[in-house]
Every structure is written in C-alpha cells, then in structure tokens.
Design a protein around this ligand. Structure first.
Ligand SMILES: Cc1cc2nc3c(=O)[nH]c(=O)nc-3n(C[C@H](O)[C@H](O)[C@H](O)COP(=O)(O)O)c2cc1C
Length: 245
C-alpha cells in the first residue's frame, strides 16, 4: 500500500548521499514530502544534491518540498502530522544538533517541529543520526588547498564557476557541488577532501537518550529504512559505497 512519508533532511554530510538515494527509491512507490532544515539546504547544495529533491518530491499534494527558511518560525506545515496526513517521519541524515534538540524537547525549527508534532500525534519517527561510531571518515565539499593554489591572475575555475563561488576560497554557501572547477585547475588545488572526526561522548549519550524516547526508532544506516518499513532491502550501489559513511 502506498505510504505517505514525511522525510526531513538536516545539515549533515555523513549519510547524506545514501539518504537521498533511499528517498528516491522509496518515492517510486510512495509519496515523499520533504522537509529541509536551513543547514540541510546549504549542505545539500554543497554536495550537489539539492536539485535531486525535485525528482523525489514532485510538488503535488503531500509531495512538496518545505524549506525551513521559507516556513516561518512556527512551521505551520508540520500541523499535517496532527491531521493524520503522514504515516511516518524519517529524519535522515540527522545532525548531532537536531538529535540534541529533539532529546531536550526543543522545537524551534522546521525539522525539530516536525519531530515534536509527529511524536505528539503518535506518528512513528525514524532517525538516522551521524556521530554514532567512535570515529567517522567523511568527505568534505570542494575546497581549495592553499598550499597548492598558485594564485593565477586568470584562474580558470573562478572564471568558469556558474555560481561565482570561487575567490581565494570556495564560498560553500554559493557552491552547488557541480565540480567543474576541479579539472580546470592545472595545479590540482581544488578537491574534495576526506577527514576523520572522532565522535563526542555527548553526542553518543544524546543518541542513547533518543533510543529511549517512546515513538522514536534510531536507525543504523539508510538501507535499514526500507527493511524496517517494507521488509525488503533494495540494492543500491550508492548505499554500498562507503566513501561518505
Ligand atoms: C559540509 C558540512 C557537513 C556537515 N556534516 C555534519 C555531519 O555529518 N554531522 C553533524 O552533526 N553536523 C554536520 N555539519 C554541521 C551542521 O550543518 C550544523 O551543526 C548545523 O547547525 C545543523 O543544523 P540542523 O540540525 O538544523 O540541520 C556539517 C556542516 C557542513 C558545512
């Protein structure tokens, strides 16, 4: 049976690629309405994934994209949870920030309001948090390595950038992750870097608190969403790709 899924995306690079792939997969046979935090919108753009949302939530009723920056402080669209419009809420990826707020009962943004109202309305909430493992290898958006940059007078990446996001650095809130700059720099100074972050005890404790809250289920990976909801695991190359997880 077709489910009405509310899907919230927050500002995490970790689990982002596979979450968007899972959204796309589920949208084939279900209705997916997308709620995006302000940081989520920025980070989706940085990874070049923002435009994909319109392939998932096409704009019809219960298939809209709601952006935090457009929805005001009281997030009235989340009232749909009270009206029984959604079968479930998935928050994937969920930043440490959003998890912390939910566990403290804070509802001051689109996604945290969605979590609070879904929970009050008895709608199950599934959360895929970052910062679960001891440490995580994560990939950054495109950056300029200042040690390699030769400060060329005519900088082909800067000239070609469709968003004018390149100056001495890449302004990430303008960058949409298209990556055309990478090949254009003959010094190889532009790249997406990987780095390892160590998980804080505080964030692990918040995830444990979330696990204990009635109505919330904490997920281990994006594949689990389909397994939990539909009893099957879809075969998704992106989700098997460990680079960003
Ligand atoms: C490129 C990028 C990647 C990020 N990845 C993560 C992440 O994986 N996990 C996390 O907790 N925060 C991450 N952040 C930081 C959050 O975006 C930031 O804490 C933000 O305030 C979260 O807001 P939100 O929870 O409302 O989306 C990232 C930020 C940037 C710029």
């Amino acid at each position: 049976m077709v489910k009405n899924i509310a899907w919230a995306v927050t500002g995490a690079g970790h689990h982002l690629l596979e979450s968007v792939a899972a959204m796309k997969e589920l949208s084939q046979e279900n209705r997916v309405c997308t709620f995006v935090s302000s940081a989520g919108e920025e980070v989706l753009r940085m990874y070049g994934l923002f435009e994909r949302l319109s392939e998932i939530s096409g704009g019809g009723y219960l298939e809209e994209i709601f952006l935090d920056r457009e929805e005001g402080s009281s997030s009235p669209k989340t009232g749909r949870f009270m009206m029984g419009k959604f079968d479930l809420l998935i928050i994937a990826p969920a930043t440490a920030n959003t998890v912390a707020k939910i566990t403290c009962g804070i509802a001051d943004s689109l996604v945290t309001n969605a979590a609070a109202l879904a929970n009050k309305a008895g709608v199950p909430v599934y959360v895929l948090p970052t910062d679960v493992k001891e440490s995580t290898q994560t990939q950054t958006p495109y950056i300029i390595d200042r040690e390699l940059c030769q400060h060329c007078e005519i900088c082909p990446p800067r000239e070609a950038c469709p968003n004018r996001a390149i100056d001495d650095q890449i302004e990430l809130t303008k960058c949409d992750g298209c990556g055309i700059c990478v090949e254009l720099c003959e010094h190889g100074a532009i790249r997406g870097g990987t780095f390892r972050v160590v998980t804080r005890e505080l964030d692990k404790e918040n995830i444990d608190r979330l696990r204990a809250l009635p109505g919330f289920t904490v997920l281990e990976d994006a594949k689990e969403i389909s397994r939990l909801l539909f009893g099957n695991v879809y075969d998704c190359e992106v989700c098997n790709d460990n680079i960003r997880s």
